[in-house]
Ligand binder design. Structure first.
Ligand code: C2E
Ligand code: CA
Ligand code: CA
Length: 638
């Protein structure tokens, strides 16, 4: 010990001081693991510093006396043996292991710390851990116990890293593992050969951990100086693990693209910086994140009660101009959404969904206003997601079913056609109504693929069951407006028909009138192409919504299907009865065929036939049934 080479220790101290300076000069990372890192660094620093001091004392033991040496060296032993404990604790935090909730682990850590402290204190008097005589240092039994604890702690570190590698913040496992292994090797080298590199390796570990796990440069957004989105995920996931309550304000700039376009990206960045700075300076805001290009997320911890106030003062700030770098005033508005966690969102994943939903709603209808997520129907979002999943699954597994509902011809007294209606069954949700899943499939675009699958099934049915040999002349297929705006829609339909050798007049497509229909030219191109090919066209749900007579006049419809609600209403209300009678008269004068939907009674059938409806569809005849049942139905009727 007397001729111990201190150069490595001094170099280690130098590196650690440097890391301390960096740590304090940068924005703090508000996680407990960050504090645990500081404790780890502190113990490394103390162990190294005390070792330098102890060696100095040992070299001048005659002058300084054994007591002062023992005191310092005992403290050094304590600090040194606490290093693996603090490191293991830190590693567990990085891996999101909540030590306080694992009672056994928690007590084990306490026990190890207690053993360290007791051994150190006892050693001052009894020297059970180590002795220092005639310039040599000897480890005794209690010292061995400390080594065992160190060994266990190192094992905990290694196991944690292996088991929870996906939890490490930046997934830079290799350098961390490398320095850890070096430290273990040098530790053995020091014990057996007196090679003085352990403290230097501790400095190397501190440096590596700082760089890969604690370096705030990796968690800060360069433009605004606020925490970035990647770190936000880490932070909020921790909050959910800790089960603490917190408030969250999402501030989304309205039309920020426009600001960037008008004033340039640099000014846009400057504005974002100012907004971030303003939010950070708010007394009630605990931490600010920049989420995506024009969104900030503000967390309220202690001040969760001041959520509304905070949201209002942010809104108030947006009533005044912001200034670009050249001091021109820029007015902007922001939509603010308030979330109380975990009340409004029980997990991080749910939180993202809830905010995604409420922000898209806010951008549509509440621009520049404050909204509260507790007002949105979480169950509805969940159900929508579940339905979306069910649709995808059914498409992947080819489990969509097509049922057929017969349509009765008054003139011929037979089923002259049928409507194909899609059916979806999910293991968890049971039967899902098309009224529920079609709008969702339209929203996410799945309807395109789904519609094609349905048409294929219909064509296969016409082909396989030789429908042309029955009274059924054609099958009506519902087509969504989303399908009609696809550029290649008509061509794909034709391909499917050809594949199954289905003649164009065996298919009729039903479309509903929507606002986009007249605007998008692709729609009329598709329709004209299909009609020229020989497919007939029906207008579905006539009378519901704003049916425009102009539409009937300018689109090549052959059949008009009167909405079932209009039909039902006409039997309850005499005025509605008169309008229906005249509507049917008008459609007849235009030489259009008319289908009455929702015919449930004999009385309805007789009356509607008298008014001039050509075809009847409804439960009086049959509900929509599977293909084989439908064929049986035809045979029974024949
Ligand atoms: P829709 O096109 O108006 O279809 C008629 C709906 O009325 C069907 O409901 C049918 O089962 C129901 N219906 C028929 N007769 C009666 C009756 O007498 N009484 C009562 N209470 N209901 C009757 P469904 O099958 O639930 O379909 C609902 C809607 O979902 C359809 O309304 C259509 O808009 C859409 N849809 C169904 N299948 C498809 C499809 O394959 N593709 C597309 N794009 N949409 C579809
Ligand atoms: Ca229909
Ligand atoms: Ca209809």
């Amino acid at each position: 010990m007397i001729d111990w080479n201190l150069s490595f220790d001094i170099a280690a101290l130098f590196i650690m001081v440097l890391v301390f300076i960096w740590y304090y000069n940068e924005k703090r990372i508000p996680l407990i693991s960050h504090r645990a890192f500081l404790v780890f660094m502190g113990t490394c620093f103390a162990a190294t510093g005390l070792e330098v001091l102890a060696v100095q004392l040992a070299q001048n033991i005659e002058e300084m006396g054994y007591d002062s040496f023992y005191t310092v060296f005992t403290m050094q032993t304590l600090a040194f043996n606490l290093v693996p404990v603090t490191l293991a604790y830190y590693m567990l935090l990085l891996a999101h292991v909540d030590i306080n909730r694992h009672k056994l682990l928690h007590n084990f850590f306490r026990f190890c710390i207690a053993v360290n402290v007791v051994v150190a204190l006892v050693n001052l008097k009894l020297q059970w851990a180590f002795t220092f005589e005639n310039g040599t240092y000897k480890v005794n039994y209690a010292g061995m116990v400390l080594y065992v604890i160190d060994g266990i702690m190192v094992c905990i570190c290694i196991i944690t890293m292996i088991l929870a590698k996906q939890n490490f913040m930046f997934l830079r496992m290799i350098p961390i593992a490398f320095t850890l292994i070096c430290a273990i090797v040098f530790c053995i080298a020091e014990i057996f050969y007196g090679y003085p590199m352990v403290n230097f390796m501790l400095a190397a570990i501190s440096l590596t951990l700082y760089y890969y796990q604690q370096n705030s440069g990796k968690v800060i957004d360069a433009v605004t100086g606020q925490y970035n989105r990647r770190f936000m995920g880490e932070y909020l996931q921790n909050k959910y693990i800790d089960q603490t309550e917190f408030g969250l304000l999402v501030i989304a700039m309205d039309d920020f693209k426009f600001v960037n376009k008008m004033y340039g990206v640099e000014n846009g960045d400057h504005l974002l910086y100012q907004i971030g700075h303003f939010l950070e300076k708010m007394k009630t805001a605990d931490i600010v994140f920049r989420f995506g290009s024009d969104q900030f997320w503000v967390i309220l911890d202690k001040n969760i009660d001041a959520m509304t106030e905070t949201a209002e003062s942010i809104q108030e700030r947006f009533r005044h101009p912001w200034y670009s770098e050249d001091q021109s005033a820029i007015m902007m508005s922001a939509s603010i959404c308030c979330v109380e966690c975990p009340k409004d969102a029980e997990s991080y994943g749910e939180l993202i969904e809830v905010i995604d939903y409420s922000m898209s709603m806010a951008k549509k209808t509440h621009k520049g206003l404050i909204t509260y997520t507790n007002e949105i129907d979480l169950d509805k979002i969940k159900l929508e997601k579940a339905i979306e999943k069910a649709i995808k699954l059914a498409i992947d597994r080819d489990e969509l079913l097509v049922y057929y509902q017969p349509i009765f011809s008054v003139k011929d007294g037979v089923y002259n056609s049928a409507e194909a209606l899609v059916r979806l069954h999910d293991e968890e949700l049971g039967w899902i109504s098309p009224e529920d899943f079609i709008p969702i499939a339209e929203k996410n675009g799945l309807i395109v693929e789904m519609g094609e699958m349905i048409l294929e099934k219909v064509c296969k049915f016409i082909h396989d069951f030789k429908i042309s040999e029955t009274t059924v002349e054609y099958i009506e297929v519902n087509i969504s407006p989303v399908q009609l705006v696809q550029r290649d829609f008509a061509d794909r339909v034709k391909k499917i028909l050809e594949k199954y050798e289905v003649k164009p007049d065996q298919i009729n497509i039903e479309i509903t009138e929507t606002a986009t229909m007249n605007v998008v030219s692709t729609v009329s191109e598709n329709i004209n192409s299909l009609v020229n090919y020989g497919i007939t066209l029906s207008l579905d749900d006539y009378g519901s919504g704003n049916a425009n007579i102009d539409y009937i006049n300018h689109m090549p419809f052959k059949i008009i299907k009167i909405d079932k609600y209009i039909i039902w209403d006409s039997f309850k209300n005499s005025k509605a009865g008169i309008t229906l009678e005249y509507t049917i008269g008008m459609l007849n004068a235009l030489e259009l065929f008319i289908v009455a939907e929702g015919v449930e009674t004999e009385e309805m059938k007789t009356q509607l036939a008298e008014f001039g409806c050509h075809f009847m569809q409804g439960w009086l005849y049959s509900k929509a049934v599977p293909d084989t049942e439908f064929v049986e139905l035809l045979q029974a009727k024949a």
